[in-house]
Design a protein around this ligand. Sequence first.
Ligand SMILES: Cc1ncc(COP(=O)(O)O)c(C=O)c1O
Length: 408
Amino acid sequence: MIDLSFEKIKELSKEYGDSFYVLDSDVFKDNCEKLLDSFKQYYEKTNLAYSYKTNYIPKLVKIINDNGGFAEVVSGMELCIAERTGVRPKMIFWNGPVKSKKEAERFLISGGTINVDSYSEFLTVCEIAKKHKNDIINIGVRCNYDIGDGVISRFGLDVEKDEFNKIFEMILSIDNIELKSLQAHFANRNYKYWNEKAKGMISVYDKIVATYGLRPSFLDLGGGISGDMPDSLREQLKLDRFSFDDYAGRAATVFSEYFRDKKDIPWLIIEPGTAVAANCMRYVCKVETIKDIRGKIIITTNGSQKNISMSGINPPMQVVGCEGEKLNCEKADIAGYTCIESDYLYKNYCGKIGVGDYLVFGSCGSYSVVMKPPFIFPNVPVIDISSGKTELIKRAEKYEDIFTTYNF
Ligand SMILES: Cc1ncc(COP(=O)(O)O)c(C=O)c1O
């Protein structure tokens, strides 16, 4: 990753303004390769389906596609990004609890796979299949089982319920529906649950093969993987040291043991988002004012907590100083430009800081650009600095971009 010195930030800010994201797409690519390799060492037939919602910057999406990975989308909007990037429908899994029937129909008849999240959604897919008798309709079923983390997930169908079994009975009775995948997503990113995630999936697969003779080609364990992070973040999140291998070792070995000596083995799919996107982006903003309110130092910036999405914790932050007057702070709070009282990027900062200094926040690649509202300021640009090249990935939004959907 390029060093963001004061001179470098100044140079970038001349062209892009005083607040922007710096992406390193090489880091993203490297993360994807490392994650895939760690699963492949136990179960060779593994592939990634990148979670678009985490960070759908077209350049990242393209890296996945160019390297043979799948797209994991949850809306027509994300599907549109995949299509505009040139991803073929057969490389797209559509999850998500709500899908528009019209978009689902178009997607299914083009050869994409929909993982149904409810029984009623399955019935909608059946209607589409009946309407398009000459097309093969690829579906998957989102499975919900207990992984022992104390959470009742809202996603997928309870694998113990009759409706779940009914889906497979009906698939057998409809000629042009093909069961492509079983999928499960549990949000808990603790690697300790990955053994139960895999075991639960294998147990469902075993039952579907034995009872219905259906053999889905993809067994998808969803997201819920954390990537490399600085110690300061790990300690605040109360996580011990771990690597991709801690997830892979727990999950992919369950697959390799079960499928040893079996023929027609399925693909193991994982849907990383945070694992590969979080540490590939930094966010830069500038100190605008410093004031003392009844003994509390408040440092206000032209950035916002909404830009970095992390809340309740102090993100990795570096103060990149200009030469000028500095205040030596004890427990100062670094605030955002919005008028939200709780908009703080960092709490209890101790050290020197001055107006005009830049702040560089690390690990900002997941659920940041995709979640930032156009609240008070339009959104800032994204610049990719990787392999010695600088490329504008997203230009700064203008007022007109925001107002364009309103009637004046
Ligand atoms: C279905 C699905 N897959 C993958 C992901 C990505 O998971 P993570 O944020 O843990 O990387 C999510 C996140 O919400 C998800 O809902």
